[in-house]
Design a protein around this ligand. Sequence first.
Ligand code: IMP
Ligand code: MG
Length: 182
Amino acid sequence: MTTASMITIKDKQFEPFIHHEQIAEKVAALAERLNADYVGRNPILIAILNGAFMFAADLVRHLNFDHEIQFAKFSSYDGMDTTGTVRELIGLSIDIRDREVIIVEDIIDTGTTMYNLLPQLEAKGAKSVEIATLLMKPGKLRVPLNVKYCAMEIPNEFIVGYGLDYDGIGRNYKSIYVVKEA
Ligand code: IMP
Ligand code: MG
C-alpha cells in the first residue's frame, strides 16, 4: 500500500479498506437475498439519512420486486464516538400500518440506533420490520439485535467513505477507508 492512496480528513489519516468493486459485489449479493425473500410483498424501504444514501441508491438498482422507498432521518453521530442520544425518526411521509418494512442502514456499531428505532416502527403499526445494513461491527454490539440482512462484517474500527463520514466529511468516496491510528 502506498501513502499516495491514503486520505486525510481533518486531524485523521485513513487508508484503503474495502475497494468499491468488493462493495458492489456484496451489495448485489445482499440484493439477491432480498429478491428471493420479498417477491409479492411490496415492502417499504426506509433508508436512514445521511449515511445510507449511497448504499440505498446502489441496492435498489438490483431489486426486482415492487417496493417503495422513503428517506428518513434521526440521530446525530458526533465525531468518532456514539452520542448515545437517539431521537425520533423524522421525515416519514407514508403510512406504514400493516406494511412490511425494510430499514436500510449504513452501519451498525453499538446497535443503539436500530434498537431504539424498532419499537417506533412497531408503534406505527408495521406488519414486519427487518434490517438491511451495509456494514456491522459485531464486536461492538451492546444490545440484542436481529440483523437479518448484512452485506459485510468488519472489526471495531472507524471507517469513512461510501456514504459514511468523519465529522461530516468523506461521504463521497466510492471505496471505504479505515482510520490509521497514529
Ligand atoms: P450505533 O447506534 O452505535 O449502532 O451507531 C450507528 C450509527 O453510527 C451509524 O448509522 C453511523 O451513522 C454511525 N457510525 C458507526 N460507526 C461508524 C463508522 O465507523 N464510521 C462512520 N459512522 C459510523
Ligand atoms: Mg447512520
